[in-house]
Design a protein around this ligand. Structure first.
Ligand code: ATP
Length: 295
């Protein structure tokens, strides 16, 4: 990660945005080193996103040639809609997110945004159109204001406060003696996981991308925090095409579509109600998790 970020430190706004997105992605997917090189084609064009339709067409992919991870995945997230990917640990859910961000290139099929193959567009333009909300937002050693405005240094305080309100973190911030000027990060105030996630949501609201990639928390937060975060995420997701990588099921019941990934294939898809009624793989995952959470 340091390899990716250090040389970009001094560059302008665009690079700050890309750097933030890369940090969020690295954080989200636990990538510690730079993956296999993905380069812009010489004739790469900027991505245009008039609608925000995200499509995986028969995608195959493996990190190592002898071990396929995705074995022919087709998915469409309609413009402004939400698709949640669920499935057992190791099924390949996070891999789908990595491919959308083009951390790796697919080996078969294609990933398209509004019809454009993402291998044909510049990575800068791709990363600028996708907001990533990881479970654990990276905070810089600076003020809360700076951390929210990161990637949008031109934002004024009213815009920053509006984003913080929508992300349900404003009241907490103004309760601190130094408010938006409070120093956070390693050397400042340590924020809880839920607070950091809301700072990340506020940051993404300011970035205002048409497409979102959300990594739902693996561990349960207390009910109040969880409700706050769900409210904030719903506001963030309104009108944006959203792909949710769901490690728990309780938070995605209202997604437009849920796809169950198992051993690199989509084995079921439909709404929460339809999938429960089907009494298949999703229902089994749901009841198992319900029992685990109750225990
Ligand atoms: P979880 O819910 O536990 O996060 P997941 O469904 O998101 O799991 P992925 O992270 O997509 O699963 O991983 C799918 C498979 O790919 C796993 O078997 C994992 O070990 C493997 N894998 C992930 N990243 C790499 C990598 N960089 N190199 C090699 N194999 C990898």
């Amino acid at each position: 990660m340091i390899q990716i970020t250090m040389p970009l430190n001094f560059l302008g706004t665009v690079y700050r945005e890309i750097r933030q997105a890369l940090i969020d992605m690295a954080q989200m997917f636990g990538l510690l080193s730079q993956p296999a090189e993905v380069r812009d084609r010489p004739d790469a064009k900027p991505l245009h996103v008039p609608h925000g339709v995200v499509e995986f067409r028969n995608v195959t992919f493996g990190y190592e040639p002898e071990r396929p991870i995705l074995k022919g995945i087709s998915l469409t997230v309609p413009a402004g809609g939400t698709l949640a990917l669920v499935g057992p640990s190791g099924a390949g859910k996070s891999t789908v997110g990595r491919l959308l961000f083009r951390f790796y290139d697919v080996q078969g099929g294609s990933v398209r945004i509004d019809g454009q193959d993402i291998r044909d567009v510049t990575q800068d333009s791709l990363h600028a159109q996708i907001g990533v909300v990881p479970q654990d937002t990276v905070l810089f050693n600076d003020t809360i204001r700076y951390n929210i405005a990161y990637g949008r240094p031109d934002a004024d305080i009213t815009q920053i406060e509006d984003a913080a309100r929508a992300a349900r973190i404003h009241d907490f911030i103004v309760s601190l003696p130094q408010g938006y000027d409070t120093q956070v990060g390693e050397r400042g105030l340590k924020l809880s996981g839920g607070e950091k996630q809301r700072v990340g949501i506020a940051r993404t609201l300011l970035k205002d991308p048409p497409i979102l990639l959300l990594d739902e928390a693996t561990s349960a937060l207390d009910t109040e925090t969880e409700q706050d975060i769900q409210t904030a995420l719903r506001r963030l997701g309104a009108g944006r095409t959203t792909l949710v990588i769901a490690h728990r099921l309780s938070t995605i019941a209202d997604a437009d579509e849920i796809a169950v990934l198992e051993d690199g294939r989509i084995v079921e898809r439909g709404s929460h109600a339809a999938l429960l009624a089907r009494q298949g793989r999703y229902a089994a995952l749901w009841y198992r998790q319900d029992a685990e959470e109750a225990a």
